[in-house]
Design a protein around this ligand. Structure first.
Ligand code: NAP
Ligand code: G4F
Length: 386
């Protein structure tokens, strides 16, 4: 039997990497579009990279960009994919307020470029299309929990650009009969989540604080609530959508929502630190109030314990609010209802939030232990207050 061919935009991103792994494990030939960068930016896919001199490669990268129609059309023509997963995007909500035009171009019109290429190349009956839609579409939520039927009210240039992509995907499905589906994915994270999204920012910073590489974490809105799942579970849902006889739109979520404050508490508890928050608004601060010394020693190392004991003695805050991380318009609460995905796709998340946090903390502690070795060896290491 001929192997299926998939094309993934955003292959160097968190989801691109997990989806590539999944499709390769299912015997696909996977093509990915990567942007040219002045440095290597393939860390997340280096473990599956195949040298171009190898024969019969199953993982092939192409230079490209969603803002370049000719490039996108040429790649689709060359690859003749059975499935396209459009994961490429300027995906940071806060940054989209600073780069709204670029965000509209890549995250909105970029989707149209792919859809129109499929049509012009005569691939409507061959190629199936997945659009990385988002819970940011719900923005100022009109209903709790959010379902496929909840009206959209985006609150950022990112959300508005993704709204265009959502509807142009529906339009190509209805107008031309394209097998095109929207996955309305709620937040999903992992050890390879971008460092400036809140979960990874927290797990990195707490790991650095534990090892004495950093003193404080500066954070934005602590009261925001997110429905966080694991990227590994969520890319499985993308794949399942394109295996259905009929295209459709699905909410992918865990059905549990948690505040940023609670996420920080859970991540700290993972290395034996009990955190207490005191104060209100921009004066709110997080303090270590207890230590499970055995757990801390096991996870971070006994020799670093004294610093945290000092922090308790000196009542030193390790978390502070910095309004620079606030957004002009915030999405305060996201909570998804994945019933349709459960009944139609037989999709269920395997990870719980605590299991995901454990994986992220273990991974970042390991990463920071390398940094610590460098700094103890006299090499300069940098502090990133992302
Ligand atoms: P990510 O880690 O930020 O990855 C984004 C990918 O898009 C990267 O490979 C990036 O390339 C690429 N990209 C950016 N601009 C591009 C352009 N102009 N042309 C081509 N590629 C471009 O995002 P993610 O978390 O994997 O998310 C994947 C998709 O799902 C995105 O569309 C995101 O908006 C959407 N989404 C994410 C979540 C979530 O919680 N993770 C939830 C709902 C929807 P570089 O590596 O060169 O930057
Ligand atoms: O981690 P975040 O930046 O993710 P956000 O804005 O929810 O967007 C992510 O999920 C969307 C799906 O709902 C995706 F479509 C999108 O591409 C992206 O992957 O922020 C989460 C929450 C927000 O309420 C934010 O205000 O955390 C709050 N937050 C508080 N302090 C912070 C910070 N966010 C960031 N990035 N940095 C902070 O210091």
């Amino acid at each position: 039997m001929q192997k299926k061919i998939a094309l993934i935009t955003g292959v160097t991103g968190q989801d691109g990497a997990y989806l590539s792994e999944l499709l390769l494990s299912k015997g696909y030939i996977v093509h990915g579009i990567k942007r040219r960068a002045s440095l290597f930016n393939t860390d997340r896919i280096d473990h599956i990279y195949q040298d171009p001199h190898m024969e019969n490669r199953s993982f092939i990268l192409h230079y490209g960009d969603l803002t370049d129609s000719m490039n996108i059309t040429r790649i689709i023509q060359e690859v003749q994919p059975d499935e396209i997963y459009n994961l490429g995007a300027m995906s940071h909500v806060r940054v989209s307020f600073e780069t709204p035009e670029y965000t509209a171009n890549a995250d909105g019109i970029g989707t149209l470029r792919i859809l129109e290429a499929i049509r012009l190349l005569g691939l409507i009956n061959k190629t199936r299309f997945y659009q990385a839609s988002t819970s940011e579409l719900y923005g100022l939520v009109q209903e709790i929990p959010q379902t496929e039927k909840t009206p959209f009210y985006p609150r950022s240039p990112y959300g508005v650009a993704k709204l265009y992509s959502y509807w142009i995907t529906v339009n190509y499905r209805e107008a031309y009969g394209l097998h095109a589906s929207n996955g309305i994915l709620f937040n999903h994270e992992s050890p390879v989540r971008g460092e400036t999204f809140v979960t990874r920012k927290v797990t990195r910073a707490l790991s650095r604080i534990a090892l004495g590489l950093q003193e404080k974490l500066f954070i934005g809105n602590l009261s925001g609530q997110r429905d966080w799942g694991h990227a590994k579970d969520f890319v499985r849902a993308m794949y399942l959508m394109l295996q259905q006889d009929e295209p459709d739109d699905y909410v992918i979520a865990t059905g549990i929502t948690t505040t940023i404050r609670e996420f920080i508490r859970l991540a700290a508890a993972e290395i034996g630190l009990e955190l207490t928050f005191r104060g209100k608004g921009t004066d709110e601060k997080g303090f270590i109030t207890e230590i499970d010394e055995k757990k801390f020693a096991e996870k971070a190392g006994e020799k670093y314990l004294y610093r945290q004991i000092e922090n308790i003695k000196n009542k030193k805050a390790i978390i502070e609010v910095d309004s620079r991380y606030f957004r002009p318009t915030e999405v305060e609460l996201l909570l998804g209802d994945p019933s349709k995905a459960k009944s139609h796709l037989d999709w269920r998340p395997e990870y719980t939030l605590p299991a995901m946090i454990e994986e992220m903390m273990d991974s970042d502690i390991k990463l920071m232990q390398k940094e610590k070795l460098l700094s103890e060896g006299g090499y300069k290491t940098l502090n990133f207050y992302e």
